[in-house]
Design a binder for this molecule. Structure first.
Ligand code: CAA
Length: 240
């Protein structure tokens, strides 16, 4: 039977590319989303991939969402924690809400989804968890104390959970994307983005499909010895 994967934030941007790449591998994908129903409907019509709405920052919603996916599609063996938001601003201008929301979605979402799926993976002796971190969690970024802290937290979370999962056949890895051509990066002021791109040795933004390719490798049946690692995909912008 085909493996079942949940991709959070799986109907747009990097998440959409991941949902498509895993489907191409013969995996049954449930694409979670938290925002626009209209976009999710269009995604499902376009791709045939089912979409499921819940907020990854809400612990109970994750438990309920995973239960629904398992009832409809089967046990979840693969989780890609991709859902993420930005609320950029310098510390002096950043509200507590902007801090809290980013930590709860970007980092809390990883905890919530792992809690909802880890026990089942353990009982079946197989699991793949891939957490989408960021170059800005590795290197920091002006105007992103919330986002950089959450993404840096994801890298620590990954290494800790990898140690807990290894003997049960559960691998836990992270990908640290650089600047990828998505709506999120398009929201950076053009004059700021121009300076950032000038520092990317590859001389361009990355493509979402280039991140999805890394996820496809990490979730592979024969990638079981790769755990606790961080795969940087950033055009050479930060070597870590
Ligand atoms: N280092 C040092 N100083 C900097 C700086 C930097 N990197 N960037 C800006 N400054 C300086 C500016 O030159 C300016 O100085 P002066 O007042 O002396 O002119 C001062 O800091 C204020 O800068 P801004 O005018 O830009 O401040 P602002 O409050 O209007 O905007 C900001 C701040 C919202 C953070 C804006 O700079 C910004 O959007 N930066 C981009 C942040 C970014 O890269 N986000 C990534 C989003 S994509 C993503 O996160 C995906 C991923 O994983 C990679």
């Amino acid at each position: 039977m085909a493996r079942v994967a949940i991709v959070t934030g799986g109907t747009r941007g990097i998440g959409e590319a991941i949902s498509l790449a895993l489907t191409d591998l013969g995996i049954t994908v449930a694409a979670n989303y938290g925002g626009s129903d209209e976009n999710a409907r269009a995604f499902t019509e376009r791709t045939g991939i089912k979409s499921y709405k819940w907020n990854v920052a809400d612990h109970q919603a994750c438990l309920d969402g995973v239960a629904q996916v398992e009832a409809e599609l089967g046990p979840v063996d693969i989780v890609v924690n991709n859902a993420g938001i930005t609320r950029d601003g310098t510390l002096m201008k950043m509200s507590y809400e902007a801090w809290d929301e980013v930590i709860r979605v970007n980092l809390g979402g990883c905890f919530n989804m792992a809690k909802a799926t880890f026990t089942g993976m353990k009982s079946r002796g197989f699991g793949r968890i891939v957490n989408i971190g960021s170059i800005n969690g590795q290197a920091g970024q002006y105007g992103q104390v919330n986002y950089a802290a959450a993404k840096s937290g994801i890298h620590g979370f990954t290494k800790a959970l990898a140690q807990e999962g290894a003997r049960f056949g559960i691998t836990v890895n992270a990908i640290a994307p650089g600047y990828i051509d998505t709506d999120m990066v398009a929201a950076v002021p053009p004059e700021v983005l121009e300076k950032i791109v000038a520092k990317i040795p590859a001389g361009r933004l990355g493509q979402a499909s280039e991140i999805a390719r890394g996820v496809a490798f990490l979730v592979g049946e024969n990638s079981g010895f790769v755990t606790g690692s961080t795969l940087s995909i950033n055009g050479g912008q930060h070597m870590y």
